[in-house]
Design a binder for this molecule. Structure first.
Ligand SMILES: Nc1ncnc2c1ncn2[C@@H]1O[C@H](COP(=O)(O)OP(=O)(O)OP(=O)(O)O)[C@@H](O)[C@H]1O
Length: 603
């Protein structure tokens, strides 16, 4: 338990700790008000049963005299109204405290989800290779909420109600130490016993909930991420079959955790009723006067009315906390990995300016470079030493799995060589230079992901509308040969909205948008990963020609299967099994390499 508290406190910033003090203060006031409310019952009931009690209590006597009351009856009305004001006041304070606590808890949720998103986004690309994106989304959106609802709010509520319960129990001890001790031992230990009984089960079902939630998210993500294949291959039952059992486990574990948190209340209320009745009967049987016992009994009943919900809330808090311990562990692991990452300040211009870019005037060199994927048992690239000169058109080709994409990812600074070096004009590409190098790159992937924004927004990509440079957008679109289509065919030109995943554009049009996107920042190097595969031969030739002709100082690296793409290249690197098997111009390779010559023939 103390470990969990320490874990939660590590999630608070300095500002959160200051605000937590305000929350604590509100809780103290709430506890104090509730105790006063309970305490004020006693004189009122004493007065009701015996008006002469005015003169037996010093405080009542003082109020009676200074208030200038003449009859016990009017004084009783005054005390009744005062009691009402105190009780209403204490409820108002409780409501206000709940407001302060809830706002505090959700502000923490907001910050945790922002930190998670920033952390995931800023982590090295390699980290994404072994991570399911549905799991990332789930942690940011759902588990951060589960943390607030299931850990932070219960923790804060337990703290608040704990303070209230302590104050009320303190008052009861002052009033009737023996009875208070009985009440305390009976109720606190009853809840404690229940908690001890269910804590293991809660931890277990909490872990099952977390796992089931991951499966649910993956099933939905995968089903809709490949909806075309799902429909054509009629695989709907498969995704339903993965989702449904996970949904059932999720529902069951949620329901069970809530039942385990709520049910004890009804038994303990029955126990409370038995204690009160038993006390009364004991007084009667022992021959005592119920009238004499009434004020203290009323104070205990009102105390119980406050105390039992407080104890129930504390128990419920512990139960939820236990159930969600695995959520806390998961979030902490991911937050620890991204501790020093802070969300980018709002309004920062994301366009790389010349000064941000790593100068590239001469050559990209790969020296004895090898790369092995984290969970792989063999290198995907082995001892590669090549040079790519500025203002050249270079192709990486070779059979499937040869290492073309991996090599391009190394040049893009997405993967760090396991051994060897990448040098840009002699400057090593490492953590200190990576971002400046990437500011000089344009990348066109195989699948162009279109965001649900305008055409211009998709070309400038990731910029707020007021940050988009329309001149750069049009320049890029013209080079990508999509400008005429946008202006002539789309209803609102560059402002036309693109649906999610670009459903309103053909595959070829999407790829041209992708090419325009890569050109938007006017980079020195462009890497195309099979980017022209969705284009027909004629369009592809035109784009390749255009890219070639617009090069003017730019370097073009194309990963290509189709050798038509590589005919115009200055240099072609033929990869095989992670090594450069041959390099030279298209004609040189056709003449000198049998594998390449065969590939060229089958085109
Ligand atoms: N994330 C990964 N983890 C482990 N191994 C990987 C990973 N990605 C790729 N590989 C392996 O690295 C090798 C090179 O893969 P790469 O994707 O670079 O080939 P490629 O030439 O681009 O292939 P293709 O033309 O089919 O896209 C392959 O053997 C592949 O199995």
């Amino acid at each position: 338990m103390f470990r969990s508290i320490r874990q939660v406190l590590t999630l608070f910033s300095a500002e959160d700790r200051r605000r937590f003090l305000v929350v604590l203060f509100a809780m103290f006031v709430m506890g104090g008000m509730q105790m006063i409310g309970v305490g004020a019952i006693l004189p009122f009931v004493s007065l009701l049963s015996d008006p002469s009690a005015i003169h037996e209590h010093a405080v009542l006597e003082f109020l009676f005299v200074t208030g200038g009351f003449t009859s016990a009856h009017t004084f009783l009305v005054f005390v009744g109204v005062a009691l009402l004001v105190i009780l209403v006041g204490s409820n108002v304070v409780t409501a206000l405290t709940l407001w302060v606590v809830t706002r505090f808890a959700w502000s923490i949720q907001r910050r945790i989800s922002e930190r998670l998103l920033a952390g995931y986004l800023n982590q090295p690309y390699e980290q994404f290779l072994n991570r399911n994106s549905a799991d990332i989304g789930k942690n940011i959106l759902i588990e951060s909420q589960q943390f607030t609802n299931g850990i932070l709010m219960p923790l804060l509520k337990s703290l608040g109600f704990g303070l209230t319960a302590t104050m009320i129990i303190g008052f009861l001890f002052w009033l009737q130490p023996l009875l208070a001790a009985v009440v305390c031992v009976v109720f606190v230990s009853a809840y404690f016993l229940v908690y001890l009984t269910v804590r293991r089960a809660l931890l277990r079902i909490g872990r099952r909930r977390l796992a089931a939630n991951t499966t649910r998210f993956q099933a939905v993500n995968e089903a809709f991420g490949s909806v075309k294949e799902v429909k054509v291959m009629r695989r709907e039952p498969h995704f339903l079959a993965s989702y449904n059992p996970a949904a059932q486990t999720y529902a069951l574990t949620m329901a069970n955790s809530q039942v385990l948190a709520l049910i004890p209340r009804y038994f303990i209320e029955a126990l409370a009723f038995a204690v009160v009745m038993g006390g009364m009967l004991y007084v009667l049987v022992a021959g005592g006067s119920v009238k004499d016992a009434l004020p203290v009994a009323s104070a205990f009943v009102v105390a119980g009315y406050r105390l039992l919900p407080a104890l129930q809330n504390i128990y419920q808090g512990f139960a939820q906390w236990r159930f969600n311990q695995s959520v806390l562990d998961t979030l902490l692991t991911d937050l620890k990995a991204t501790r020093n990452v802070s969300p980018r300040p709002k309004g920062q211009d994301l366009s790389p300016v010349e000064a941000d870019r790593l100068k590239f005037q001469d050559v990209i060199q790969l020296k004895h470079m090898s790369y092995q994927y984290p969970r792989s048992d063999r290198p995907s690239l082995a001892n590669i030493s090549i040079e790519i000169r500025r203002n050249t058109f270079v192709a990486l080709t070779g059979s499937t799995g040869a290492g073309k994409t991996t090599l391009a990812d190394i040049v893009l600074g997405l993967l760090e060589p396991t051994s060897g070096q990448v040098l840009i004009d002699g400057v090593p590409l490492d953590a200190t230079t990576r971002s400046a190098w990437q500011a000089n790159l344009g990348y066109v992937p195989q699948d162009i992901y279109l965001t649900d924004s305008s055409i211009a927004g998709n070309i400038a990509y990731g910029l707020a509308p007021d940050q988009i440079d329309m001149v750069a957008v049009e320049r890029a679109a013209k080079i990508a040969n999509i400008h005429d289509f946008i202006v002539d065919k789309l209803p609102e030109g560059y402002r036309t909205s693109v649906g999610e995943r670009g459903v309103r554009l053909s595959g070829g049009q999407r790829q041209r948008i992708g090419i325009a996107r890569a050109l938007y920042h006017d980079p020195a190097v462009i890497v195309l990963d099979e980017a022209t595969s969705a284009l027909d031969n004629e369009t592809e030739r035109r784009i390749v020609n255009e890219l070639d002709s617009m090069r003017g100082g730019r370097t073009l690296i194309v990963i290509a299967h189709r050798l038509t793409t590589v005919q115009k290249c200055h240099e072609v690197f033929l990869l095989g099994d992670g090594k450069v098997v041959a390099n030279g111009t298209y004609d040189e390779l056709v003449a000198g390499n049998r594998e390449f010559a065969q590939l060229a023939q089958t085109e």
